[in-house]
Every structure is written in structure tokens, then in C-alpha cells.
Design a protein around this ligand. Structure first.
Ligand SMILES: [Zn+2]
Length: 170
């Protein structure tokens, strides 16, 4: 039921009685934390109230939810939650390790299984990319392919007027 025309038949109730566009409630779980987005405008079936969302639109909702989950969870997400974040970024454990500047895939694997606390610094590194994706500065759909090709994390866009250089130690 991705069509918004009133003749479209609802796949849930098989009735065509018009579609009403209103805010849907979409919940995404990140381990011990969940994020509810009540602001996604979608056509609802006039008969049964069912709605669906296109995959591409859902990805945008999930990226925004991941930003909120990392940013607004005191102390950060657990391993299970960060695994969900990695999957939203579409990355393997090895790619994610490279993206956030962490040692190796095995370490990400261990963190995701929850053996020890998931370092906040890694979560914030992932947040940089998620937020750049929300702002449209990078296309997170291409992140995995780009890393496959170049073997490195893509550079985030920066303000060309600001030059950052390393000072030699005194
Ligand atoms: Zn229906």
C-alpha cells in the first residue's frame, strides 16, 4: 500500500476505502533502549488504519532513531544496541572497526556480545557519520561500497576555511 491514491486496495484488509495521511508511530529498538518516532507522515488505510513505509523512507527514520539513541541515552548504548546501529550503517564488523578507528573486527564482535562496556568514544565516532547522513553530507547507503573500494573510511566534508594542523611537541 505505497500508493496514496484512493483506489489503492489495502493489503491488510483488502478494502479500498480511501487513505488518510497522518503521523504514524514507528518504534526502533537498540538493545536495552528503544526510540519511538511519532512524526512520520504516512497514508493510513481508511478502513483498518494499517500503514506501510517504503524501505528507503524507513532507512531515514532508522538513521534518525540511531542518532537519538546514542545521543540521548545516558552512558550510551550496550553492545546489542550498537550492533543495531552498525547494521543501520550497513557495515560489517571489520568495516565498522575501521570507520570508528578501533583495532579489529574481533573487538567489535566482543563488544557486541556484551562481554564488557561498549566504549562511549566509539559510539560518538559512529554518531559523527550518522549525523552527517541526516544532514545529507554523506550518503550512508554508499558507505559500505565506498569502504569496500577504498579500504578506508570516507572523509567527512569540512569547512575549507578552517585548516587543522598538528603542532610539533615543544
Ligand atoms: Zn486496511
Amino acid at each position: 500500500m505505497n500508493q496514496t491514491n484512493n483506489e489503492a486496495i489495502c493489503s491488510a484488509c483488502n478494502v479500498s476505502s480511501g487513505w488518510i495521511t497522518r503521523a504514524a508511530t514507528i518504534k526502533k529498538r537498540f538493545g536495552a533502549v528503544s526510540v519511538v518516532d511519532r512524526g512520520v507522515m504516512l497514508p493510513h488505510c481508511g478502513a483498518c488504519g494499517d500503514w506501510s513505509i517504503e524501505a528507503k523512507a524507513l532507512e531515514v527514520v532508522e538513521i534518525k532513531a540511531a542518532v537519538a539513541a546514542i545521543r540521548d541515552t545516558v552512558g550510551g548504548l550496550n553492545g546489542e544496541g550498537m550492533k543495531v546501529v552498525r547494521k543501520i550503517l550497513g557495515l560489517t564488523q571489520a568495516q565498522f572497526a575501521k570507520l570508528v578507528g578501533y583495532e579489529a573486527a574481533e573487538n567489535i564482535s566482543r563488544l557486541e556480545s556484551g562481554d564488557r562496556e561498549y566504549p562511549r568514544a566509539i559510539q560518538l565516532a559512529a554518531l559523527f557519520y550518522l549525523e552527517a547522513g541526516v544532514r545529507g553530507e554523506i550518503d550512508l547507503h554508499l558507505l559500505s561500497d565506498e569502504m569496500k573500494q577504498t579500504g578506508a573510511a570516507p572523509a567527512l566534508p569540512h569547512d575549507a576555511r578552517l585548516e587543522v594542523t598538528k603542532e610539533r611537541a615543544a
